[in-house]
Ligand binder design. Structure first.
Ligand code: NI
Length: 388
């Protein structure tokens, strides 16, 4: 491997600059401008506007090398969170914050691009700087716009900085590691009336309460206990007055799985449960069900390759298997099309607990940037050097 050393100062400077200028999904104008400019300066062939605000950069391998191409993916978007940290690089955009570490992912992606461009590579490399991970459709938008074509991509790798783990550790395992993300919206249709004469009305509030209970029973009674699954009802709106039975109630929530029968059946189970209960009470229900993201599944061989690299960087005992989350990640769309692996890079300060992702006090230990950049650069080189 002939990679130049990681430039920690540059990594930190880039991450802090991005942290001060967070942009929400599909609004990453400044971020993608900065990314495209840096990549062009390095000498990559750059395409902008791939999946709206996404940026793609590629470089062919040596003429006598192999024809394989490896994709590195970094997500770029921030969250609608007001930052509560008092740090010099605090968000300067009110109500917006890099509260998930994607600022670090972009900085790492750019550092990997710099190092790989300076190295001899036996195959091609492509970078996908992806918009809108948090709203779950940036990856699909980039795939629709051809990020996996010309040149065709043979493998894909990515990381997430991870505050559940201390800096200096990496978590990686084959199979599903992040969950499918489904969203449902249910409208309960009753009949409005006087609170004192419920027999003249059909009470959607009572129906909604039973629907919530019924939906909770899906996990305990309709799912095989050996399959992972979560159903959460997160919104419930009905009524405007204490003495009026409203005509409708609206529910919203999410289903998470690692695939399998419960994943396949969830849309019909949610609909049957809501409508069946509503009709039992004399009302009805309309159900809208959307699949936002599929389970993220790590390929066995690619995970083994990336695990070997991680062990060289942080030491065998600091690479952990068994870390999974019911959170979603639209890297899953890339990994459903090409084999690859996605690793969690520990980013919590070693002595204290890190603030959770998406919280207003989220911050990372910046040593994790160096580990992330090493891991991704060396994984890409190792993949291209390994006979296919
Ligand atoms: Ni994230």
């Amino acid at each position: 491997m002939n990679l130049p050393p990681v430039d920690r100062a540059q990594l930190v400077a880039t991450r802090r600059d991005l942290h001060q200028h967070p942009e929400l999904g599909f609004e990453e104008q400044r971020t993608s401008g900065l990314v495209a400019e840096r990549l062009e300066r390095l000498g990559y062939a750059v395409r902008t506007g791939v999946g709206k605000t996404g940026v793609v950069a590629s470089r062919d391998g040596a003429p006598d090398g192999n024809s394989r191409c490896v994709l590195i993916r970094a997500d770029m978007d921030a969250l609608p969170v007001e930052e509560a940290n008092d740090v010099p690089y605090r968000s300067s955009h009110p109500g917006k914050m890099h509260a998930c570490g994607h600022d670090g992912h972009v900085a790492i992606g750019l550092e990997v691009a710099r190092r790989l461009h300076a190295a001899f590579l036996p195959g091609g490399v492509k970078f996908a700087f992806q918009p809108a991970e948090e709203i779950s459709n940036g990856a699909e938008a980039m795939i629709r716009d051809g990020v996996l074509e010309s040149p065709a991509v043979d493998a894909a790798f990515g990381i997430h900085l991870w505050n559940d783990l201390p800096v200096g550790t990496v978590a990686l395992m084959p199979g599903p590691v992040m969950a499918s993300v489904d969203e449902f919206e249910i409208t309960i249709l009753g009949r409005g009336g006087h609170a004192a004469a419920p027999h003249q009305a059909i009470d959607p509030v009572l129906i909604a309460a039973h629907v919530v209970t019924g939906l909770q029973s899906l996990v305990s009674r309709r799912r095989n206990p050996f399959e992972e699954g979560v159903v959460s009802v997160t919104q419930l709106h009905a009524g405007h007055a204490f003495n009026v039975i409203p005509a409708r109630a609206d529910l919203r929530g999410t289903v998470r799985t690692f695939g399998g029968k419960f994943f396949d059946e969830a849309p019909s189970l949610v609909e049957e449960t809501a409508r069946g209960i509503a009709r039992g009470f004399g009302g009805d229900a309309e159900v809208r069900y959307r699949r936002l993201s599929r389970p993220l599944v790590n390929d066995g061989r690619m995970t083994e390759l990336m695990t070997g690299v991680a062990q060289e960087i942080v030491g065998r005992e600091r690479v952990i298997a068994g870390i999974r989350t019911m959170g979603g990640e639209d890297m899953s769309f890339f990994l459903a099309r090409v084999p690859g692996a996605f690793a969690f890079v520990g980013s919590a300060p070693p002595d204290k607990k890190g603030s959770p992702h998406h919280s207003p006090t989220f911050d990372i230990d910046e040593d994790s940037l160096v580990i992330g950049a090493e891991l991704v650069s060396r994984t890409a080189v190792r993949y291209l050097e390994t006979p296919g």
